[in-house]
Design a protein around this ligand. Structure first.
Ligand SMILES: Cc1cc2nc3c(=O)[nH]c(=O)nc-3n(C[C@H](O)[C@H](O)[C@H](O)COP(=O)(O)OP(=O)(O)OC[C@H]3O[C@@H](n4cnc5c(N)ncnc54)[C@H](O)[C@@H]3O)c2cc1C
Length: 506
C-alpha cells in the first residue's frame, strides 16, 4: 500500500517548531520559582540537600532548570519547583524525604513527567528520578528484568530489544516506566500479555517512614497488589520494578485510514474488531481537524493503528467488512517485520502542549447506530482550537480479562474498548474563552456518549482533573482495599495530591 501517514495531535507541534516554540512561550522559570518559593528553606538547607543527594540539586538560577521541570502538559507548566533533586539512588530518595519532612516542604515525585493532570508538579521540591535509570536482566529468572524507578520507556525498550523480548508497553518513548506501570499500563500487547501491571512481579519503594521496602506476592502481598494499578504517587517512591518479559518474534504493523462513510465504518470497526484474536492490538481514532486545518479543508478521518503478532488469521479476515472501504492512498502496512522494527513504525513522537483527556470503558454490544451517530453529532459541534483532536478507542479485552477485577488494583476488566475524548489547545494562541468552550463541549459530549453506551470507569493513567467521582471511576470495588493499604504505609498522607488515595481510618 502507498505511504501516507496522517498527522496526529502528538506530533502536530513539530510543524510549529515543537519544543523550542513551547520553551520560548513558557514564563521565565527563575522568576516564577522565586515568587512561589518566597518563604522557602534557608540557603544552608539547600546546601545540605545538595550534599546529601548524589545526583545533585538544581535551583531556578541553574542551567536547564526550566527544561527539567517542564511537564508534558503545559497547562501545569506555570507551577515551578523551588528546587529539583536529581536522585540517582534509593539513598538519594530517602535523603529527600528526610529533608522535606525537616523543612516542612511540599514535594512531588517525577519520572517521565507525563501525568495528564500535573500531579508531578509542585511549588516545593521536585524529586526527579531521571538519574535513577537502568534495565538489567535477572539471570536464571526466566526472562525477568529489573527496571530502576526513573527509567524512561525508551531505555527499557532498547534493553528488551537486545533480549528479543517485550512487555505490554506504550508508544511514547518519554513516558516514565514508573507512572506507566503503577497506573496499569496499556499498549498494543495488552490483549496478548495482559496489562503492564499484570507483569509486575515485585517492586522496591521508599515509604513514608523513610524505609526501603520490597513488595512482592510473598513479602508484602497487599502493597504489591496496590502497586499493580493503584496509580503513581500514592504509596511511596518506587525505586525499582521486577518485570516479567515475553519472547517476541515478528509483527505486522499497520496504519489504515478511511475517509468516507465514517459513521458506518466506525460502527463496523468497533463491533467487528472486538472478536479479533488476542494477537491483534489496535487503537481506532476519529480524528478531528484543528481550526486552521478546517479552514484549509482538511476532513475528519477514521483510522486504525495497530499490530498483529504472527498469526494464522490475516488482517483482511480480522477487518471483515470495513476492509474494502480503506483509503489505500492514506494507509500503510508493513508485513511480518521484526518485532522492535515494527515498534519503530508505531512509535509516537511527542511534544508538550495543553490538554485535558477524559476516558471510560465500553462494551461493543452497547455501541449501536444511535450511539455512533451521537458521537458524530458531537464531533461536528466541537468548537475547534489550534490543535487537532482525536476521539480514541483503545482495544482491550483478551488476556486482560483472564485476571479478575480484584486480583490487582487495576479494576477495569471485562470491556472491549477504552474510550478517550481529548480537548487540546495551544495556550498562547487560543483564548481563555475558546478553551472554556472546548472544555464545556468535552464534558457534555463525554456525559452523553457515556450514557448512551453505558460506559463506566476511567483510566487512572489518564488522570482527569475534571472527574468528580474519580475514586470510584479509577478504582471501583478496589477503592476500600487501596485505602487500607494507604492507611498501613502512609497514614498521615505524606504522599498526597488532588486525586491521591486517602487512608482508611483504622
Ligand atoms: C504522550 C503520552 C503518551 C502516553 N501513552 C501511554 C500509553 O501508551 N499507555 C499508558 O498506559 N499510558 C500512557 N500515557 C499515560 C502515562 O502512562 C501516565 O501519564 C503515567 O502516569 C506517566 O508516567 P510518568 O512517569 O511519565 O509521569 P510522571 O508525571 O513523572 O508521574 C506520574 C505519576 O506517578 C508519580 N510517580 C512518578 N514516578 C514515580 C515513582 N518512581 N514512584 C512512585 N510514584 C511515581 C508522579 O508523582 C505522578 O503522580 C501517556 C501519556 C502521555 C502524555
Amino acid at each position: 500500500m502507498a505511504f501516507g501517514l496522517p498527522s496526529s495531535r502528538r506530533n502536530f507541534l513539530a510543524g510549529l517548531g515543537g519544543f523550542a516554540a513551547a520553551a520560548k512561550l513558557m514564563p521565565g522559570a527563575g522568576l516564577a520559582a522565586e515568587a512561589s518559593g518566597a518563604k522557602g528553606p534557608p540557603p544552608s538547607a539547600w546546601t545540605d540537600l545538595g550534599r546529601a543527594v548524589t545526583g545533585g540539586v538544581l535551583r531556578p538560577e541553574d542551567p536547564f532548570f526550566g527544561d527539567l521541570c517542564r511537564p508534558n502538559n503545559l497547562r501545569y507548566g506555570a507551577t515551578l519547583p523551588a528546587g529539583i533533586a536529581r536522585c540517582a539512588s534509593a539513598g538519594d530518595v530517602q535523603a529527600c524525604l528526610r529533608w522535606v519532612r525537616a523543612q516542612d516542604m511540599p514535594f512531588a515525585v517525577r519520572s517521565g513527567g507525563h501525568n495528564y493532570a500535573g500531579f508531578s508538579t509542585t511549588p516545593g521540591l521536585l524529586i526527579d528520578l531521571s538519574r535513577l535509570a537502568g534495565v538489567a536482566p535477572l539471570p536464571g529468572r526466566d526472562g525477568q528484568v529489573r527496571v530502576l524507578g526513573g527509567t524512561l520507556n525508551t531505555l527499557a525498550y532498547k534493553q528488551m530489544e537486545r533480549l528479543g523480548r517485550a512487555i505490554t508497553h506504550g508508544r511514547c518513548d518519554t513516558v516514565g516506566a514508573a507512572g506507566f506501570l503503577l497506573g496499569g499500563g496499556i499498549g498494543f500487547n495488552m490483549r496478548k500479555f495482559g496489562m503492564g501491571c499484570d507483569g509486575l512481579r515485585a517492586t522496591e519503594l521508599v515509604v513514608a517512614d523513610g524505609s526501603l521496602v520490597e513488595a512482592d506476592a510473598a513479602t508484602d502481598a497487599a502493597l504489591h497488589w496496590a502497586c499493580r494499578g493503584g496509580g503513581g504517587g500514592n504509596f511511596g517512591i518506587n525505586t525499582a520494578f521486577t518485570l516479567e518479559t515475553r519472547p517476541v518474534t515478528s509483527v505486522t504493523v499497520f496504519h489504515l485510514t478511511w475517509t468516507e462513510n465514517l459513521p458506518a465504518v466506525l460502527r463496523l470497526l468497533l463491533t467487528e474488531l472486538a472478536s479479533a484474536p488476542e494477537d491483534f492490538g489496535s487503537k481506532v481514532a476519529l480524528s478531528l481537524p484543528s481550526r486552521q486545518e478546517r479552514q484549509a479543508g482538511v476532513p475528519a478521518t477514521v483510522s486504525v493503528l495497530g499490530q498483529l503478532h504472527r498469526s494464522k488469521v490475516s488482517l483482511k479476515e480480522i477487518f471483515q467488512s470495513s476492509w474494502e472501504w480503506i483509503d489505500k492512498s492514506r494507509s500503510q502496512i508493513k508485513e511480518d517485520v521484526p518485532y522492535w522494527v515494527g515498534q519503530d513504525f508505531l512509535t509516537e513522537t511527542t511534544f508538550p502542549y495543553y490538554y485535558q483527556e477524559k476516558s471510560s470503558y465500553m462494551k461493543a454490544a452497547h455501541l449501536d447506530d444511535a450511539a455512533i451517530a451521537a458521537m458524530f453529532d458531537w464531533a461536528a459541534a466541537m468548537p475547534a482550537t489550534s490543535m487537532p483532536v482525536s476521539v480514541k478507542f483503545f482495544q482491550v479485552g483478551g488476556a486482560i480479562d483472564r485476571v479478575g477485577r480484584t486480583e490487582t488494583a487495576y479494576v477495569h476488566r471485562g470491556y472491549d474498548w477504552l474510550f478517550t475524548l481529548e480537548a487540546n489547545w495551544w495556550g498562547p494562541t487560543d483564548s481563555a474563552e475558546q478553551v472554556a468552550q472546548v472544555l464545556d463541549w468535552q464534558q457534555r459530549a463525554y456525559d452523553d456518549v457515556n450514557r448512551r453506551t453505558r460506559a463506566a470507569g476511567a483510566f487512572q493513567n489518564f488522570s482527569d482533573p475534571s472527574l468528580a467521582d474519580w475514586q470510584s471511576a479509577y478504582y471501583g470495588e478496589n477503592l476500600a482495599r487501596l485505602a487500607q493499604v494507604k492507611g498501613a504505609v502512609d497514614p498521615t498522607m505524606l504522599f498526597t495530591f488532588a486525586q491521591g488515595i486517602r487512608p482508611a481510618r483504622s
